[in-house]
Design a protein around this ligand. Structure first.
Ligand code: MN
Length: 203
């Protein structure tokens, strides 16, 4: 079955002023749609058509670059829309909040490390909060549309929070000011969804 562009759970202007409406419309409707279309074209009439996007990512070394780039693009953006919300932001006090306190040196330290992962990613890529195989949290970044599910990734784990630091994610509103965009992103993080993903990844 062909992959499809997921619907947003909120209106494209719902994250204003942190993320502007035009960026959301183009990012979701054009960029993510292009990853979906190109992924479907890249796997047409192959066994990968029967797999989930997670299964494809986990064995990505078997596939040509168009599957890696567009499959990663589809997985990463699907997660990205879900972990943002107009009622997001703040400091989590649920299980993920406690784990950040216990394992990552507290929320402010996590925010610094996560933002640093995004800021030091040269060119395009993603910053991640992941659950490693041992159940512990880790912060890292990947280039392009790679992600920590991929068998070729330097940092491996189950992503529970991802921040897109491609220029297309922020340029219309923030131009070259990636740090301002990253600060704003913290105001829309859907911590209840991140917590749900955290608990699922720990099982
Ligand atoms: Mn993007």
């Amino acid at each position: 079955m062909a992959f499809e562009l997921p619907k947003l759970n909120y209106a494209p202007n719902a994250l204003v002023p942190h993320i502007d409406e035009k960026t959301m419309e183009i990012h979701h409707g054009k960029h993510h749609q292009a990853y979906v279309t190109n992924l479907n074209n890249a796997i047409a009439n192959t066994d990968a058509e029967k797999l989930s996007i997670e299964e494809i990512c986990k064995t990505i070394s078997k596939y040509p670059m168009p599957v890696r780039n567009n499959g990663g693009g589809h997985y990463n953006h699907t997660l990205f829309w879900e972990i943002m919300s107009p009622t997001g932001g703040g400091i989590p006090t649920n299980e993920i909040g406690k784990a950040i306190e216990a394992e990552l040196g507290g929320f402010e330290n996590f925010k610094k490390d996560f933002s640093n992962a995004g800021a030091t990613r040269f060119g395009s890529g993603w910053a991640w909060l992941c659950v490693k195989a041992d159940g512990k949290l880790c912060v890292c970044s990947t280039p392009n549309q790679d992600n920590p599910l991929m068998d070729i990734a330097d940092c491996k784990g189950t992503p529970i929070l991802g921040m897109d630091v491609w220029e297309h994610a922020y340029y219309l509103n923030y131009q070259n000011r990636r740090p301002d965009y990253m600060n704003a992103f913290f105001n829309v993080i859907n911590w209840s969804k991140v917590n749900e993903l955290y608990l699922a990844a720990k099982k």
